[in-house]
Design a protein around this ligand. Structure first.
Ligand code: SF4
Length: 476
């Protein structure tokens, strides 16, 4: 942590002076204790059955304590959505099944290897910052459970500590130092080979739980430091869409007026159309006049507030999670409904190998089939989303799963899975390189293919190590 105080520029201060900070009442329930002690509003009492509560209580204090793995949190808005949706209940309700297997990595993707400053991950030309360690509600499948649960993890240097939050003075100094070194070296950093740090993602946790003033302070500081595009990753439009109120939109407008050259990208996180489409009492989606599916008024207002500002963009990304959205029909509805209102479908993710991932992940091949099936019948612009899996080398696309054998290639009798590296560290020298493995319908992570690597120019596997066990190899 840096003790030096950050001093905003005059232009930045003038922008910050315009920001209003209302209080928001999310009516959140924190933890299972209010349910155990029946200290929650009357209408929420049946959210967990007596049997469910007894099972969860029996795990308290044991290795399988679900709250020790991932804190429980729920907003009233999300509770109300959950009344008409089994996937939403599954997303937010703790269940004993979560901790049946605690296998998994505390630092999926070896992210901490790329943390030059507390709270910042700098792997690509883009940086990701942890600016807060909670969200309005908590997804049980959260791939940042170590951050939300404030767990201690091991760093590359062997030290063990909780992940810290990014601080403006540290981050601004790092951006200046990095970008000056890049410029002096003709476009790439002399030590790491990375290009200019031009894009930063505010993440956590959900930055939308911060006040307008805090978000504005980050925006202003990043803009002054020369960042060209700012992203904000948020699930608030699902958990508490009322947060996107006029004061927040005014802050965005004033930011844009002050820094018109800086792009803003909202990376929203809808997992299922039940999070934004209106349902009747029979659980069917309500249609608008004309036949399109109607949105919840508050969510529609929030989304319109963003997409109506043509100088920012809205991109949805979501993992594919067992019993939540492993459903081609739901995904088809979601992709179509989002694109109709102007939000783009960016990525779907295979679940990460987080601790307890077995309760949530579906197999890689199943994820590809579900997404592919969901995109049948959608128009070209509705099917922009790709299936991505985060390898420790970088973001990787699951390009295809074939059913037919590859003639003459041992190990491809049941078809193959084709991966393509989309990004890797520094200036992505290996982008576009592919890896082909024999199929394994049970594989939920790369290690499930280790014994059947056929071709790996991308280097996703330690090819030398697995080569001797591989059924075959092909060359190009
Ligand atoms: S919104 Fe994201 S960070 Fe927050 S609990 Fe859900 S998955 Fe985790």
């Amino acid at each position: 942590m840096n003790d030096s105080k950050y001093v905003p520029s005059a232009r930045e201060q003038a922008f910050l002076d315009t920001v209003e900070n209302p209080r928001y009442e999310r009516e959140s329930i924190n933890g299972l204790r209010p349910f155990f002690d029946e200290k929650m509003p009357d209408d929420m009492r049946d959210f967990y059955s007596a049997v469910e509560l007894a099972e969860l209580k029996a795990l308290k204090g044991t290795e399988r304590d679900v709250e020790a793995r991932m804190p429980v949190k729920l907003t009233r808005h999300y509770f109300e959505l959950a009344q008409k949706s089994a996937p939403i209940r599954r997303l937010v309700k703790a269940s004993p099944g979560e901790t049946e297997s605690l296998e998994g990595s505390e630092d999926p993707g070896n992210q901490m290897d790329y943390s030059p400053v507390e709270g910042l991950l700098h792997k690509y030309e883009m940086g990701l910052m942890y600016v807060v360690s909670t969200c309005s509600a908590h997804c049980r499948f959260c791939y940042r459970e170590e951050l939300i649960g404030r767990k201690e993890i091991e760093r590359q240097d062997g030290t063990v500590a909780k992940k810290g939050m990014a601080q403006i003075p540290d981050i601004v100094r790092y951006i200046h130092e990095h970008n000056q070194a890049v410029e002096a070296n003709g476009g790439t950093h002399p030590d790491t080979g990375r290009e200019k740090l031009r894009e930063i993602l505010l993440s956590g946790g959900d930055p939308m739980v911060l006040s307008n003033a805090k978000i504005a302070a980050w925006f202003g500081a990043l803009a002054e430091a020369g960042i060209e595009s700012i992203r904000l990753g948020t699930k608030e439009m699902a958990f508490f869409p009322q947060r996107f109120d006029q004061t927040f939109l005014d802050m965005l407008d004033n930011f844009h007026k002050t820094y018109p050259e800086v792009g803003l990208r909202f990376m929203v996180h809808f997992n299922h159309p039940d999070e934004f489409l209106l349902k009747d009492d029979n659980g069917n989606y309500v249609k608008e006049e004309g036949g399109a599916l109607a949105w919840h008024a508050e969510t529609k207002r929030a989304m319109n507030g963003l997409v109506s500002r043509g100088w920012l963009c809205v991109e949805n990304q979501s993992p594919l999670i067992k019993d939540i959205n492993d459903d081609p029909d739901a995904l088809r509805i979601m992709q179509r409904a989002l694109k109709r209102v102007g939000a783009n479908n960016h990525y779907f993710f295979c679940g990460r190998d987080i601790v307890a991932h077995k309760a949530f992940n579906i197999s890689i091949e199943e994820a590809w089939r579900i997404l592919n099936d969901s995109q049948k019948g959608l128009s070209g612009v509705e099917t922009h989303a790709r299936l991505s899996i985060t390898h420790y080398l970088g973001k990787t696309e699951v390009v295809a799963v074939t059913n037919e054998p590859m003639e003459g290639v041992k190990g491809a009798e049941n078809g193959v899975v084709i991966f393509k590296l989309l990004r890797n560290a520094a200036d992505a020298p290996d982008r576009g390189k592919v890896c082909i493995v024999g199929r394994n319908p049970d594989a939920i992570w790369f290690d499930g293919f280790e014994d059947r690597v056929l071709f790996d120019e991308a280097g996703l596997f330690d090819y030398q190590r697995v080569q001797k066990d591989s059924p075959s190899s092909i060359t190009v």
